[in-house]
Design a protein around this ligand. Structure first.
Ligand code: NI
Length: 292
């Protein structure tokens, strides 16, 4: 696997400008394709993305583990006392869209969490530095969005370590949380991410499908409709429609009384579910679509 890893790097580098929209490499005359949505465009396997025709669904996101409190290894949501939710944004940092989102978050006084790709961090380190400086949390979302469930043990380690190294080089701090690409994990991988890498696995319970439905009003409606105290809200800061939705989404959530915290802040508030507090309906589990 080691030799393959080295072969991958030049191919990934060739994709950087398209996948991550580096302002440094394409300052002017940038094509209007603002981002390559990794979730939807099949890429050659050498890039780390799914191969053409690879429609194997990712593994089902693990269900929350009620009652285990701080010992939980993965989270779809948290059991909190109070109207707290965590906004999370995946697949960046993007050269132009992430700064727009940061402007909105700053104006609204909202702290969020960014699950970033190592290759995009390398392309846009200044964007990540700004996000960290403005109080947002940074989490690991792999190096190049290759599924953890397909890379084997060495593949997972390479994905996690390369992304952590890029993040640490940019902001001087290693993340403590990780979101597997496509939400694809299993008990073995999740345990390993916790024990070997010291990282909690962060899934979600609110998914507006913003990568699929590129409509700002839809993104807002879905998030506002589904958010509940303790929710971890998934979206992507590489889509203009998602960024366009955020100001009104935040306003609407505030009107419903929600307050915004980072993922780690939400985790710190997580309480074991008592028998009386255990919901009668099954906990929300992130769906496992074919692409994400
Ligand atoms: Ni992703």
């Amino acid at each position: 696997m080691k030799s393959r890893t080295w072969l991958v790097i030049p191919a990934v580098a060739a994709l950087l400008s398209a996948a991550c929209q580096s302002a440094q490499t394409q300052p002017v005359q940038r094509p209007q394709v603002v981002a390559v949505p990794q979730e939807e465009v099949p890429q050659p396997t050498v890039s780390g993305y799914p191969a053409q025709g690879d429609t194997t669904p990712p593994m089902q996101a693990p269900a929350p583990e009620p009652g285990t409190g701080s010992k939980r290894l993965s989270y779809n949501s948290c059991n909190v006392e109070g109207p707290y939710v965590a906004l999370t944004f995946d697949d960046g940092p993007h050269a132009t869209l992430t700064p727009k989102l940061l402007d909105i978050l700053k104006e609204k006084g909202v702290k969020a969490t960014f699950f970033v790709l190592g290759q995009c961090v390398n392309a846009n380190p200044e964007v990540l530095q700004r996000a960290a400086a403005e109080g947002h949390e940074i989490g690991n979302h792999s190096w190049d969005h290759k599924s953890f469930s397909k890379g084997g043990g060495a593949g997972v380690a390479a994905q996690v370590n390369q992304a952590n190294a890029a993040i640490e080089a940019a902001i001087g701090k290693k993340p403590t949380i990780v979101r597997p690409p496509y939400g694809a994990t299993n008990a073995t991988i999740t345990k390993r991410l916790n024990e070997e890498f010291g990282m909690k696995v962060i899934m979600w319970d609110v998914d507006p499908l913003d990568w699929k439905v590129r409509n700002a009003a839809h993104v807002k409606e879905e998030i506002v409709k589904r958010a509940k105290p303790g929710s971890i809200i998934l979206s992507h800061d590489i889509h203009p429609t998602t960024v366009a939705a955020m100001a009104e989404t935040i306003d609407a959530l505030k009107e419903k009384g929600f307050q915004f915290v980072t993922v780690s802040e939400l985790l710190a508030m997580d309480r074991p579910l008592t028998a009386a507090a255990t919901p009668t309906s099954p906990p929300a589990v992130a769906p496992a679509p074919v692409t994400r």
